[in-house]
Design a protein around this ligand. Structure first.
Ligand code: IPE
Ligand code: IPE
Ligand code: MG
Length: 265
């Protein structure tokens, strides 16, 4: 694959990216709804859990590529608050898989300077997984590489309710004047308080919905839906998503800069 790179005006490190992509216009933060593991397995006559296993490999590849291409943060949807409604065997398999993979990959995450965090209501997870999460989070907390956020038992509505509860508690104690609650104060109570909002949301497997993912944070994300099933997501699919992202004109409610220049001249 041919590559392109450039030196930014402020002399920040610029990463090599596949040809056709502008290294100066990469998203700072990518969010991914990793969907389609079950269909991937079904298409091969395999049990659904084999799709989840294959999905781990796609995730490792995606994390490596995002890190190599200079993306600041990758936030992935691994298990939703609604996924508990799946058959017990599948849920148990997923919990055991998260534990196994985290244990196995911790050393290489540390070596690659990845800073890992788990977003969601973690107290409902099996205790051993909670311990491992605490260990991984602590161990990698000072790493200076990509921020890798794994949404586990995550629900956007649950996150908003928890934030409202925390603010209400502070107000009831007299520590917070309700009149001072603005968007920044609210966002500081979310699981993502230390991240910029995602610039790009990718959903695999063709579904055109956000399934309770990052309801607040996706306010102005560009959305890329691909029919590729998550276990098949690779460098070419990620490049495709980034090309799509770079072709968009982000207006944030304003006007296209070209249109704006035209009007003022
Ligand atoms: C996404 O794949 C993984 C999780 C939700 C844990 P699915 O398991 O939803 O796969 P499909 O959508 O049934 O194909
Ligand atoms: C969203 O996928 C959740 C994750 C990828 C973890 P789902 O497969 O659960 O979403 P729906 O049911 O298609 O909306
Ligand atoms: Mg699904």
């Amino acid at each position: 694959m041919s590559r392109s790179s450039a030196i930014s005006a402020d002399h920040k490190k610029v990463f090599e990216v596949p040809a056709g992509l502008d290294p100066l216009r990469m998203p700072d933060h990518i969010a991914v709804i990793m969907d389609g593991n079950g269909r991937w397995a079904k298409a091969r006559g395999l049990p659904r859990i084999m799709g989840h296993r294959a999905g781990v490999e796609a995730l490792k590849t995606t994390l490596r590529l995002c890190s190599d291409w200079g993306i600041g943060a990758l936030t992935v949807y691994a298990f939703s608050t609604e996924n508990w409604s799946r058959p017990g065997d599948e849920v148990n398999f997923l919990m055991a898989l998260f534990e196994r993979v985290l244990q196995r990959e911790l050393e290489s995450l540390q070596r690659e300077e990845v800073c890992i965090n788990f977003l969601g209501d973690l107290e409902a997870l099996p205790e051993r997984l909670q311990d491992l999460i605490a260990e991984a989070t602590e161990l990698t907390s000072t790493n200076e590489g990509i921020h890798f956020n794994v949404c586990t038992n995550y629900g956007g509505r649950r996150e908003l309710v928890l934030a409202a509860q925390k603010l209400a508690e502070r107000a009831a104690k007299g520590d917070l004047d309700p009149a001072l609650i603005d968007e920044n104060v609210f966002a500081a109570e979310l699981f993502t308080s230390t991240e910029v909002d995602p610039d790009l949301l990718i959903r695999t497997s063709g579904e055109r919905r956000i399934s309770n993912f990052l309801l607040w944070q996706l306010a102005y994300a560009e959305i890329h839906v691909t029919d590729v099933l998550w276990p098949d997501f690779d460098a070419s699919a990620l490049t495709h998503a980034l090309l799509d992202y770079q072709s968009r004109c982000r207006r944030f409610g304003g006007l296209d800069p070209i249109e704006s220049d035209h009007l003022s001249s």
